[in-house]
Write a new protein. Structure first.
Length: 220
């Protein structure tokens, strides 16, 4: 990440964290604010150029409050209950009766889903295409997987995708993280994004960091 000045990045992160607390050290907000990385690209034609998409697992959990639900068989339901992870079974899905509004409501309740590998092929037949259209179709989990590790992986994974506009944003952490941990996540996130761009750094116009409700700090 030689293109981003480390001193500038550290100062920006210190300012972001300082802006999230009052003078007495108590949080400004009642919730834990996310720290966002905002990107502006240049020299891209979204009509002609190939649109990229890529996901990367960051070294530190970026979104600890990200809600993950397990759609499980008996084994995974039992496991999710013991780990206090939200879960449902095939019968719960059947109760939705392929109703678009009910499936949409379920998708809005959670950020992501994991489903037992023995069930995953039956899900479209039970709920219809609505989970897929919402971008919430489950990832498979097997009996040999560590459920907590899989949930942590989802909470640590961010995605960059070029759509119709040349700006994008993603959560790379939260205000209770240290400057070093945030710097680590942001370094990896930017380097990964650069690897997706057709002309690498030449396509990066600017980059900013900010907390959910805080002011923007330019880092590139």
């Amino acid at each position: 990440m030689a293109k981003v000045n480390q001193a500038t990045l550290i100062k920006a992160l210190e300012d972001v964290l300082a802006g999230s607390v009052k003078e007495d050290g108590t949080p400004v907000r009642r919730w834990v604010e996310s720290v966002e990385l905002q990107i502006n690209l240049k020299n891209y034609d979204t009509q002609k150029d190939k649109r990229f998409s890529g996901a990367i697992k960051l070294p530190r959990i970026a979104r600890p409050r990200y809600k993950v639900c397990i759609i499980g068989d008996a084994f995974h339901e039992d496991q999710a209950t013991k780990l206090d992870i939200p879960h449902m079974n095939v019968d719960d899905l059947k109760k939705l009766n392929k109703n678009k509004k009910l499936v949409k409501k379920m998708c809005q309740k959670y950020n992501a889903f994991l489903a037992s590998d023995s069930l995953i092929k039956t899900i479209p037949r039970i709920v219809g295409p609505h989970m897929n259209r919402a971008g919430k179709f489950p990832s498979a989990i097997s009996h040999g997987d560590d459920m907590l590790a899989r949930v942590s992986e989802i909470r640590s994974t961010i995605k960059f995708q070029l759509k119709k506009v040349l700006c994008m944003a993603t959560a790379v952490g939260h205000v209770k993280m240290s400057v070093d941990d945030l710097k680590l996540n942001i370094t990896l996130a930017i380097n990964f994004l650069i690897s997706l761009l057709k002309k690498n750094w030449q396509n990066l116009k600017s980059a900013y960091v900010k907390s959910s409700m805080g002011r923007v700090h330019r880092i590139y």
